[in-house]
Structures are given as C-alpha cells and as structure tokens.
Design a protein around this ligand. Structure first.
Ligand SMILES: Cc1cc2nc3c(=O)[nH]c(=O)nc-3n(C[C@H](O)[C@H](O)[C@H](O)COP(=O)(O)OP(=O)(O)OC[C@H]3O[C@@H](n4cnc5c(N)ncnc54)[C@H](O)[C@@H]3O)c2cc1C
Length: 498
C-alpha cells in the first residue's frame, strides 16, 4: 500500500479533466486537494456533444440549475437517436431513452405486443413509446403525472467547449486549483509510481494520485506507464471522423440523427445556436477526401468552419488504473460515438474511483476491482455497438458485407440468439443499456423473435387488444398539449434569471 492520498493531480482540461475535478472536489473535497494542469497550446478534442440520461446524476450532484445549464451550454433536449439507413437504405428506426408500453412483473411488454401482432394487430411497437411519439412531433416538456408510463426520459445535446467551461467554473468555485502549462517530463520513483509532473515553465507539480485526462495519447497511463491497449478495431473498424459545425436549422429536433453511409455513418446534433455534424468512417474502406466531400455535400445548413479530421482507434486501456494513475476519458480507451457513451464512461469512471477512493493509500485489491468493473463496462458497450453494424442487410459496399459476415463476441451472439428464439432479454450486471435499448436496436435492425412468453396468453385476445389500445390512448393523450421543442427551450431558458 502507498502513503495516504491527500493530493490529487489531474492532467488535462477537457470534459474528462473538468468533470473529474468538479466531482472529486465536491464529493471527496474535504480530505483532498485537487490541482488540474492543462495546456491551452494543446487544446481539447472539442467534440462530444450528445449525452445519455445518467448525465443528469452528475448535474444533480454538482448542484446544476437545469435552466441555467441549458442556457449556458446552448443545449437542447435529446429523447432518442434516429438510425437511418442502418438496416437497409431508405429505412429507419429510433433507439429512444423511453420504453414501449408499460412494465409487467414477469415478462416484458414486447411479448404481449408480439402475441397481438401474430394475431393481426397492426400498431408498431414504437407507437407505444412516448419518447418516440414526441420525437416524431418535435415536441417536449415534462408531463405532470403520477403515472410512470408518462415519464419522458431524456438527456442533452450541448456545445462541448461551453460544457467544459461550465464545469471549470464550478470546479474552481469548489476550490480546484488550475495550473496552465505543458507537461514536459514525468518523474517516477523506483517502483515506477509517479511522483511529479514537470512543466515547460520549470514548475514541478507533485501528487499522491494522478488522473490521466490527457486525451487519446494517455501521457501518463500509456506513454509513461505502458498500461497496454486492447484493440477492438476488427469489430468496430471506423477509425476517423470529419467534424464540421453548421448554422442551426429552423427547428431543432429533440433527437440525434445517425445516418449510415457506404463506409460508416454521419451524426447530426441540433444545438440552440448551431448544428454539430460529423462523418465517422473506416479509413480502410473510404478515402479522406471523399469523406470531406460527402459531409460537406450532406450539410443541411451553411458550414461555420472548415471540416476537421480526428483519428481514433477503438478499444480500451488494458489497465485503466495502473500504479498511482487512473485514466479517465479518451486516455482510458475509446468506443466510437454511435451511442454517445464516452462522456458517460467519464462519469462512471469518476464515480467508481470515488467509491473505491484510496484515502489510506493505494492497494492492489482496490485497483483490481476498479479494473474489473471498467473492463465489464467497456465490453458491454462494445457489444451493443457491434450489434448495430453486424445486423445490417445492406449490400451496397464491402464495409457492410464485412461487418455482417465477421465473427462477433460470444456474449453478443448469445444475446441475439436468445432474443431471436424466444424474445428473451436479460440485463447483464450493471449493463448501461437496459432491455428496451437492446430490444429496440435488435428489432430495428431486423430481428423479430420467433416466440413470445406464455404469460402473454393468459388473457383472452379481445382483452389483450383492448389493453393495448388503452395504453396507446394514455400515451397519445398528452401530446396535443405539449409545446414544440424550440418553444420549450425558449420558455425554459427565459425562466432563468441568474
Ligand atoms: C469524433 C468524436 C465524436 C465524439 N462524440 C461524442 C458524443 O457525441 N458524446 C460523447 O459522450 N462523447 C463523444 N466523444 C468523446 C468525447 O469527445 C470525449 O470523451 C471528451 O471530449 C473527453 O475528452 P478528454 O477530456 O478525455 O480529452 P481532450 O478533450 O483531448 O483533453 C485532453 C486535455 O489534456 C491536455 N493535455 C494533453 N497533453 C498535455 C500536456 N503534455 N501538458 C498539459 N496538458 C496536456 C490538453 O490540453 C487537454 O486539456 C466523441 C469523440 C470523438 C473523437
């Protein structure tokens, strides 16, 4: 065991660095000092604008006023991702944060729906999902009801650089010290533990625990400690993105669009002041100039900057915590932004570190547990991403054929065959994606279960149809009273008088 941890040094001031700084100082603050080092000359990756619902937990812990946060980061509401052309060109489906129908004790709603469909019922499963209905009508507001089936589960799209600034303001308010400067040398002791960072200015910053938020290169975890990397690009071959902001659309949709193209996909993220656009592609299947041309042709509004290419490799840092360095953010691994999971991985890494915080000193058991949990978490998300690509029926390029024909992880193959045979879906321990997420993507990409659970036979067919129709009625009823998403944003932001 090392000496007690009293001083935490964070290297990097992107979303990872500032979120780590704010949360650690706020939650563990009284027993530690937190110092963050960043270099404006290096800058941040500057993307990462779509989130998933657990981010609201960070906002709550940090004491955000939601209206202020939405106003300050030019945020919009995200209810879903719309996947276009993923299964086949011309077809689309939504992966919403909601769930169809309602929950039943022993068997999921889709079993009841499946029995009805087998007997001539024609409504789509998505028609039972309030998130989907709101997306289609471009509406949003929280519904004031005690009935949980009317809960709208949402996240945000926001401007990544404004979000990092917002977190910085909070973190500094909590007492985090920020030091500007470029790390030039890393000092280690005889056991290889890091003792201090030496800046170009000559300044030395010593610490007991170092959080590596230095981005893809992993200056401490990889370049200094060589913690290793599990490369997953044979399953997820996209390794480039071309990003470009454009003028805002007339109306902002309350969802992200993910539009598949011949060697990857394109994101469209609506913000209040502009749109984020990016083309994710595999450089083995597509040329950089073609990617630039494609994204510029596909913009729906005027570009606000030149397109910028970002290179990445999908996989995870083999030891995300090694010696006295914990990697958080891009330094800990990268899963492409298909399901907007990277900021969430930052959040869950920090929460895990707080739960296992080595206040008495770093011991092997804590480190092993941290690494075990991080591995499972990355692998579960990896499988969910592979699912989208693997279950395609596109025949327009080698990229899609390769992905359809590749061998997939056993864990994913098992999940898919269970659902295909019986409609069975089970949440793995702590899987970020719950059953409705797996179900929507599996069905959206073309798996219709062969069977349904026998519990769905326990009521006469006319009662089943009547129950389904009543759920549809209850879910549709509030829609006419909900404001359009833009109107909601205006009223909400105007309500903040900070
Ligand atoms: C194409 C793409 C799209 C993405 N989209 C999404 C999305 O929609 N949703 C989502 O959740 N995530 C997304 N992400 C991921 C998201 O952008 C990152 O998880 C997030 O920005 C965190 O980055 P970071 O802080 O780890 O690294 P960075 O932003 O790269 O920050 C690194 C920091 O380290 C500092 N630094 C590095 N070296 C030194 C040095 N020698 N001395 C001093 N300082 C140094 C830099 O100055 C900088 O402050 C996307 C990523 C990519 C590549």
């Amino acid at each position: 065991m090392t000496k007690p941890v009293k001083k935490v040094v964070i290297l990097g001031g992107g979303t990872a660095g500032w979120m780590a700084a704010a949360l650690l100082q706020k939650v563990v603050g009284p027993i530690i000092d937190v110092e963050l080092v960043e270099s404006e000359a290096i800058g941040t990756v500057g993307v990462g604008e779509a989130t998933i619902p657990p981010i609201k937990l960070v906002n709550q812990v940090l004491g955000f006023n939601e209206a202020e946060f939405i106003k300050e980061t030019n945020a919009t509401i995200k209810l879903a991702i719309k996947f276009e052309n993923w299964k086949r060109q011309g077809e689309s489906y939504y992966h919403t944060f909601g769930a169809p129908g309602k929950s039943f004790a022993f068997c999921h709603f889709h079993h009841f729906w499946k029995r009805a469909v087998d007997n001539g019922y024609s409504e789509s499963l998505w028609d039972f999902d309030l998130n989907y209905l709101c997306c289609e009508e471009g509406k949003f507001a929280q519904i004031n009801s005690k009935d949980p089936i009317l809960d709208l589960v949402y996240a945000y799209h926001f401007d990544a650089s404004l979000y990092a600034k917002y977190l910085r303001k909070l973190a500094e308010g909590f007492g985090v010290t920020r030091t500007e400067g470029m790390v030039q040398k890393v000092e280690q002791n005889e056991q290889g533990y890091i003792e201090a960072l030496h800046l170009k200015s000559g300044q030395k910053i010593a610490g007991d625990l170092f959080i590596d938020c230095s981005g893809f290169k992993g200056l401490l975890i990889q370049e200094t400690l060589g913690a290793g990397f599990d490369d997953w690009s044979h399953w997820l071959p996209c390794d480039r993105a071309v990003a470009v902001p454009s003028e805002r659309f007339e109306h902002t949709a309350p969802y992200t669009r993910s539009i598949a193209h011949s060697a990857g996909w394109q994101w469209r993220i609506p913000l209040q002041h502009r749109n984020g656009n990016g083309l994710v592609y595999s450089s083995s299947h597509y040329d950089e100039q073609d990617a630039m041309d494609l994204i510029m042709q596909n913009l729906e509004s005027e570009p606000l900057d030149d397109p910028r290419v970002i290179r990445f490799k999908t996989g995870r840092r083999r030891k995300q915590w090694h010696r006295n360095v914990v990697s958080v953010g891009l330094s800990s691994g990268f899963l492409e932004p298909l399901e907007s999971t990277s900021i969430h991985l930052i959040q869950s890494a920090i929460v895990r570190l707080i739960q296992l915080f080595p206040h008495q000193g770093i011991d092997d058991a804590n480190v092993a547990e941290y690494n075990r949990q991080s591995k499972v978490e990355f692998e579960q998300i990896r499988d969910f991403l592979i699912l989208h690509y693997h279950l395609n029926e596109r025949d327009d390029s080698q990229f899609w054929r390769d992905l359809r024909e590749m061998e997939i992880p056993d864990t994913l193959a098992h999940k898919m065959s269970l659902f295909a045979e019986s409609g069975g879906l089970f949440r793995e321990q702590n899987d970020l994606f719950l059953e409705p997420s797996w179900m929507q993507v599996m069905m959206g990409q073309g798996i219709m279960p062969k069977d349904y659970h026998p519990i769905a036979n326990n009521m006469p067919q006319d009662k089943l149809f009547a129950m389904l129709n009543e759920i549809l009625r209850v879910k549709r009823e509030p829609l006419s009273k909900l404001p359009m998403h833009d109107a909601f944003l205006k009223t909400y932001c105007d309500s903040y008088r900070g």
